[in-house]
Design a protein around this ligand. Structure first.
Ligand code: AMP
Length: 420
């Protein structure tokens, strides 16, 4: 496994990555950063949650930093990142700000649906990097507030989603106004033919980087599924921790807040645990991890992002307190047990609202996760406890786990932002 230092990153960026708590590059970063530092165009096939933002932000920041000179007057836009939604735009801007905080590079973000006033003010002060949604960018370009004649880097992010959202014409209009000689990067989670031809029209002799999602679950891992209401999850967790023989358990929640809440719940029940996530200092995380490795605590709470840095071979159990929105994440999570020839056990909690996630996971792994329904908190009891007036069925098992078919709630998942 390669380190950020081995990717030849400059000191101000290494320092910022350390401050962010990143210990090693994700696979897309490992592959994309060297290609981009060489000045090559890139076609990246990767979805959100893989670390793709840093994969393009870090090399752009590094190249702009090393060529930084006194521009005599206000800074000109040298990099443009086009992304489909306001939320993504804001997150990308925050990433550039975080990784570039010791570089002197300036960036800003523009998006529609809000007054343009402060955005224009910021643009007028001069910036190096602009992150934008297509509509607002075109608007401000037409009004003469955005000049891209000095542009060196162009990133098209989430291209397939641009297409879904009907932004492709706006994107093409923007591209028509960019300098022909530039370094272009193109990211898309999927590559249908229209997206491929859009990529062909933008990129010059690109290197392709693909992070293939994991889809198979190791046979050495014994998986079981617990249908349980949201309110009963903590009771079920405590019950399992007290009744099952578990040496070392990694419990996954979707959010940092959720991880902290479970630590408190366990604490009240007299079970020691610790959470590791991006809000904790490097020291706090290291201490929690050491306590876990030495067996001082047997329960560790983690979010998907924070768990990347964890490398423990003898994990006896993984518990999915909440199912992940991205099915491949399920495979990654449970793959943390059953390593190094050990048998692993993975328990997954599923509340009614997670039926859609469960369906996607089972589709990906190509099998049904065996259901354990001999536990004290089967789905249905919480309704009768808390909502006696509401006649809810006693027990609701999603259709793909029983022969009759009742459609589960459908939720869009593909574009979930896996922010820690
Ligand atoms: P992205 O796929 O770009 O949306 O990134 C998903 C999340 O991964 C973001 O919250 C990043 O802060 C985080 N992240 C990116 N690279 C790393 C890394 N090398 N180590 C740990 N977290 C990372």
């Amino acid at each position: 496994m390669i380190t950020f230092e081995q990717l030849n990153l400059i000191e101000p960026i290494l320092k910022a990555l350390k401050a962010e708590g990143y210990t090693k590059p994700t696979p897309i970063q490992e592959q994309a950063i060297p290609i981009l530092l060489q000045g090559k165009d890139l076609l990246g096939c990767a979805q959100t949650g893989t670390g793709k933002t840093a994969a393009f932000a870090i090399p752009i920041l590094q190249l702009l930093t090393t060529q930084q000179r006194n521009e005599g007057g206000r800074k000109k836009i040298k990099a443009l990142v086009l992304t489909p939604t306001r939320e993504l735009a804001i997150q990308i801007e925050e990433s550039f700000a975080a990784y570039g905080k010791f570089t002197g590079i300036k960036q800003t973000v523009i998006f529609g649906g809000v007054s343009q006033h402060s955005q224009v003010e910021r643009l007028n002060r001069g910036i190096d990097i602009l992150i934008a949604t297509p509509g607002r960018l075109l608007d401000l370009m037409q009004q003469g507030y955005v000049h891209l004649n000095e542009l060196q880097f162009f990133v098209l992010d989430e291209a397939d989603r641009m297409l879904d959202m009907g932004f492709v014409n706006d994107v093409k209009k923007v591209i028509a106004k960019l300098p022909k000689k530039r370094h272009s990067l193109f990211f898309s989670a999927t590559m249908p033919p229209v997206i491929q031809s859009l990529a062909d029209s933008i990129l010059f002799n690109p290197s392709k980087v693909e992070v293939t999602p994991a889809s198979s679950t190791a046979d050495t891992i014994q998986q079981s599924l617990y249908f349980v209401s949201k309110g009963d999850k903590k009771k079920l967790l405590i019950h399992l921790l007290e009744t099952e023989k578990m040496n070392s358990v990694l419990v996954f929640t979707r959010t940092k807040h959720g991880a902290d809440r479970v630590v408190k719940d366990l604490d009240k029940a007299g079970i020691r645990s610790a959470a590791i996530h991006g809000n904790k200092s490097q020291n706090a995380r290291q201490n929690a991890l050491n306590d876990f490795k030495t067996g001082k605590i047997k329960v560790l709470l983690a979010t998907d992002i924070a768990s990347r840095g964890i490398d423990i071979d003898e994990l006896s159990h993984v518990i999915n307190y909440e199912l992940p929105n991205i099915p491949e994440t399920y495979v990654h999570r449970i793959g943390r047990t059953g390593r190094a020839g050990f048998n692993g056990i993975a328990f997954s909690f599923c509340e009614e609202e997670e039926f859609g996630e469960l369906k996607d996971i089972q589709k990906l792994i190509g099998k049904k996760i065996p259901v354990n329904d001999s536990h004290p908190f089967p789905l249905g009891t919480a309704y009768s406890d808390h909502a006696p007036m509401q006649a809810k069925p006693k027990k609701q098992i999603p259709p793909h786990n029983k022969p009759s078919s009742r459609k589960p709630e459908h939720k869009p998942k593909r574009h979930w932002r896996g922010r820690d």
